[in-house]
Design a binder for this molecule. Structure first.
Ligand code: SAH
Ligand code: SF4
Length: 371
């Protein structure tokens, strides 16, 4: 029997669990406070709890569903990548990003969490996609990434996590139920769904389902191409849910949630960086009343795809128009940036070959029909 992960329970569920074992319900809050605190290493050190409860917790529950294998610091301490292992032995990564306060704005602390080990979608420019799907994470494993970050920030006295982005390894909407459960649980840890961004490669039925859920999370759509012929090759899920249906779902999500959607666009030199694409992207963003995040592609192992020059990225952004912002993802030297997460997993050779063949085809043929 696997031990109970405390992070899988809501506050109320933990209260009931304790009561069921003859302990007062208020112990739940004591335990939950420990889970956020620096220097905590397990139940034994919770000296404000009676010994018998500590022993019971030791026997039937786990302190965290994740083991920290390594932590890598980048950007002069503002970014930290955690390599984590689930109980089932799957490795995933989470990234802690600190945005210091400046110009009157309050500082933010964002945890970029994984929703799966690996990913089945297979986007050509993404290191996680080259791994294939290894496992779905449980809600507890998603929440524990945030709690681990909270303890580390507490140790450095920088404060609680303020934001969560589902932009680590995996396609969150392919693990719909656990992801939604994790978003509910995180609310009780002080992160409201409005502080959560869910990034998806475009699973239309799940986007519509999420709209009905009424959670109010911010949706980011990984678009990366403005016509289906190219998007089919960059983001293979497009063959099932082409661009028009995706933008339609984005509009519906935006209307239902009252929140602007973001279109993400990884800029890849010679592939999707032509002026026609920029203009169409600007029009698409206007059609969903959304914003565009342009992300110069971060290099990944085994791929020759690269970002355009900084000047070319700026020119592209200018053509997209006022809705576009260039986002340089943090942590690229620690391979902690967007698309670079792959834990210490290696791709299966046959999958790697298939994706490489798609990459070569991309580079050899022009980037698509003229604007
Ligand atoms: N699977 C989800 C969320 C995880 S990826 C999705 O695809 O949206 C988070 C973001 O990183 C996505 O927008 C993805 O397209 C982007 N990304 C992937 N590989 C990248 C790379 N090599 N450089 C820059 N961004 C990348
Ligand atoms: Fe999966 Fe997102 Fe990477 Fe595509 S970009 S392979 S959907 S993690």
């Amino acid at each position: 029997m696997t031990a109970l992960a405390l992070s899988s329970l809501s506050r109320e569920e933990l209260r009931r669990w304790l009561e069921g074992r003859g302990h007062p319900a208020y112990r739940a809050d004591q335990i939950r406070r420990h889970l956020l605190r620096a220097g905590e290493g397990g139940f034994a050190s919770m000296s404000d709890l009676p010994l018998q409860l500590r022993t019971e917790l030791e026997e039937s529950a786990v302190w965290s569903s994740l083991e920290v294998l390594a932590a890598t610091i980048a950007d002069r301490g503002l970014t930290e990548k955690l390599l984590l292992r689930t109980e089932a032995g799957h490795e995933v990564e989470a990234v802690m990003i600190t945005h210091p306060a400046w110009d009157g704005s309050r500082g933010r602390r964002t945890v970029c969490v994984s929703s799966q080990a690996g990913c089945a979608i297979g986007c050509v420019f993404c290191a996680t996609g080259r791994l294939g799907l290894r496992a779905n994470l449980t809600a507890a494993e998603i929440v524990d990434q945030v709690l681990e970050a909270a303890r580390r920030w507490d140790a450095a006295s920088v404060g609680r996590p303020t934001n969560v982005v589902l932009m680590g390894m995996g396609e969150p909407l392919q693990n719909y139920h656990q992801v939604v459960l994790a978003i509910h649980l995180l609310h009780e840890w002080g992160i409201s769904p409005r502080q959560v961004v869910l990034s998806t490669s475009g699973l239309v039925p799940e986007i519509l389902r999420l709209a009905e859920e009424g959670l109010g999370v911010r949706l980011a759509i990984s678009l990366h191409a403005t016509h289906d012929e190219l998007r089919d090759r960059l983001v293979p899920i497009n063959r099932r849910f082409p661009i028009a249906s995706l933008l339609d779902a984005a509009r519906k999500y935006s209307a239902a949630s009252g929140r602007r959607v973001t279109l993400e666009y990884v800029l890849i030199r010679g592939v999707n960086d032509d002026p026609g694409a920029a203009r169409r992207l600007g029009q698409m963003a206007a059609s969903v009343h959304g914003h565009v995040n342009l992300i110069p592609m971060n290099p990944i192992p085994g791929s020759d795809l690269r970002a355009p020059s900084a000047a070319a990225c700026r020119d592209f952004a200018a053509l997209v128009g006022p809705r576009a912002t260039i986002r340089h993802s943090r942590g690229d030297r620690a391979t902690a940036a967007c698309g670079q997460l792959r834990a210490s997993l290696t791709p299966e050779p046959r999958r790697q070959e298939r994706i490489l063949a798609r990459e070569l085809a991309l580079v050899e043929s022009p980037s698509g029909p003229p604007a």
